[in-house]
Design a protein around this ligand. Structure first.
Ligand code: GLN
Length: 249
């Protein structure tokens, strides 16, 4: 049996997981053992096709809310996309907050992984059972399968952004159990982020904004320039650069 940290023990006990289970002979993260992980105080379904949500990522939802309330009135229907959605925790949390504020919206959830997208849909149906008309789920490599005529107002994303050669330095619980496809951002970690930026003009209305999580070591000079979009970095609660804001000028 492995030695559990106090956090792991609490988590397993709260979720009625048998502390003598043979599954505890492996180093599998407790969230995958239980099939649930906390995000913004909610218990989301996760499996090994989705990342386990990180605390930092919770702030992406606040940034999105700030952006929306600053730029739109509740009766304006805003079209949002949560791409590389994984468990869907970002989009679902955002949808819950927008419904509370009576904000009109439609939310596209997309992922390249069919199993991850199924988890996102399961979470949406669990937390928002009567709101299926507000969401569309797309199995899509970034924007490739988005309808041609879609005009997005806001893109939110926590894409894979770890530089490939750093993957081997990650904690075993991450590199041996979490999906590599959700972590590996190519040589500089920015392969997908810069691809998102390159594709934004194709799916935007004339004032699309984007909020994208990135690595603390990424700098603005590495970010692809896009005409009409003003890039800036925003720090997370640990004081590290963590989010790329792209605002339409
Ligand atoms: N923040 C995650 C980690 O540290 C990586 C998330 C990602 O690549 N999107 O493992």
């Amino acid at each position: 049996m492995r030695i559990l940290t106090p956090y792991e023990k609490n988590f397993l006990t709260k979720n009625n997981f048998d502390l003598l289970s043979p599954a505890l002979q492996t180093a599998t993260p407790v969230e995958y053992l239980v099939g649930r992980a906390q995000f913004r105080g909610l218990n989301f379904f996760v499996d090994n096709s989705t990342l386990i949500p990180r605390l930092e990522t919770e702030q992406l939802v606040d940034l999105a809310l700030e952006n929306i309330f600053k730029n739109y009135s509740p009766n304006q229907k805003i079209i949002i996309a949560d791409i590389c959605t994984g468990s869907g925790c970002i989009g679902v949390s955002l949808a819950l907050e927008l419904i509370k504020k009576n904000q009109d919206f439609h939310l596209y959830f997309s992922d390249i992984s069919k199993t991850a997208l199924a988890v996102a849909q399961k979470n949406f149906n669990y937390f928002l059972p009567d709101h299926s008309h507000l969401a569309t789920f797309l199995l899509s490599d970034l924007f490739s399968q988005f309808p041609k005529n879609v005009s997005l107002d806001l893109v939110i994303s926590n894409p894979p952004y770890i530089p490939t050669k750093r993957i081997k330095t990650l904690d075993n619980s991450v590199k041996n159990y979490e999906p590599l496809i959700a972590l590996d951002g190519g040589d500089d970690g920015l392969f997908l982020i810069n691809k998102i930026i390159a594709n934004l003009p194709k799916i935007q209305n004339n004032k699309v904004n984007a909020l994208i999580e990135l690595d603390e070591n990424h700098t603005i000079s590495q970010i692809k320039k896009s005409e009409g979009l003003n890039p800036s970095l925003i720090k997370d609660s640990f004081g590290k650069n963590r989010f790329l804001s792209l605002l339409s000028l």
